[in-house]
Design a protein around this ligand. Sequence first.
Ligand SMILES: NC(=O)c1ccc[n+]([C@@H]2O[C@H](COP(=O)([O-])OP(=O)(O)OC[C@H]3O[C@@H](n4cnc5c(N)ncnc54)[C@H](OP(=O)(O)O)[C@@H]3O)[C@@H](O)[C@H]2O)c1
Length: 335
Amino acid sequence: MAHTNHRILLAARPAGIPGPEHFQADAEPARPPGPGEVLVATRYISIDPAMRSWIGAAPGYVRQVGIGEPMRAGGIAQVLESRASGLQPGDWVQGRTGWQSHPTLRGDQTQALDLSVGSIEDWAGPLGTSALTAYFGLRDVGSLRPGDTLLVSGAAGGVGQIAAQIGQIEACRVVGIAGGTDKCRYLSDTLKLDAVIDYKAEPDIAAAIRRACPEGVDVYFDNVGGPTLDAALLALRMGARIVSCGRISQAGTAEPYGIRNLSAFSGKRARMQSFLVFDYHDRYQEARAWLAYHLRAGRLRQRLHVVKGLDRAPDALAMLFTGGNTGKLVVDAWA
Ligand SMILES: NC(=O)c1ccc[n+]([C@@H]2O[C@H](COP(=O)([O-])OP(=O)(O)OC[C@H]3O[C@@H](n4cnc5c(N)ncnc54)[C@H](OP(=O)(O)O)[C@@H]3O)[C@@H](O)[C@H]2O)c1
């Protein structure tokens, strides 16, 4: 059967928040797989803040997406035709689908999903890359220990929800920061964090962190950077660790926020370290085994925010930077 590959191409580089005006849709006949390749039907596409750096004018840590190229993205897809060993039509895989409905992928660059471990929604959420990011960020970078006070910003998002729950599993006191009543209610009522800060409702974020963490912060898992990071520096305990996971508050800003409270950081002999989840590729299996174990035991959950339709991927991307997403953000290309 002939398939059409619907694609969303990068049309222009955003200066600020990316949106539909920076993309254009097109369609072409799907390419039959060559030796070692699979033709797939994309189901869930992960929408990630890093995409902003892949399409901006400034060079980032990976090659930029070219103008006229399909937008780069990781996704979950079902195999339609296969000339790759070990992959059969009907198998579910994850790979670099991009914003495409029917891409042809290299078999050795896709990974078959074990659905005995979790559903395809689980593979998009608590077993996905956001969860791996939280796992390696806390364990390897943050050296999280039982009894620590863990402060997580962006706590209602894809990475943040899992980071907060890993903290709970590791017997830490967990405090989450998020924007808005709905997200904060989810963190306090559903995830049952020890304390929650709505930074959009707090006139003084530093004072709110001090109130929520009276003994100070041992590990700050930083998803947002900017003023929230600056405020967290004032609440560190001796020997604190800051996991610099992301700086979404600074994405596309013309004038990046200048951190002011480094003297508090030095006084506490604290450590701040950034990382990229892809550096831990060789240990994904270890992390997934741990995540799957706690998922099965009912100790981990991930609220997915599903945007319906491939054509809405550009709108979805914009949502990350306005806080419009209420969980791990994915596009359902079958809807
Ligand atoms: N190091 C790595 O390898 C790696 C891998 C994946 C992701 N990351 C980083 O992890 C962070 C979270 O990614 P995610 O995919 O889980 O996204 P997400 O948290 O699901 O979505 C982004 C959230 O950021 C918050 N936000 C947006 N603008 C903000 C601002 N100006 N100030 C404060 N918060 C703001 C919003 O939540 P509120 O409504 O609560 O403000 C928004 O919902 C990002 O910084 C990302 O770059 C790093």
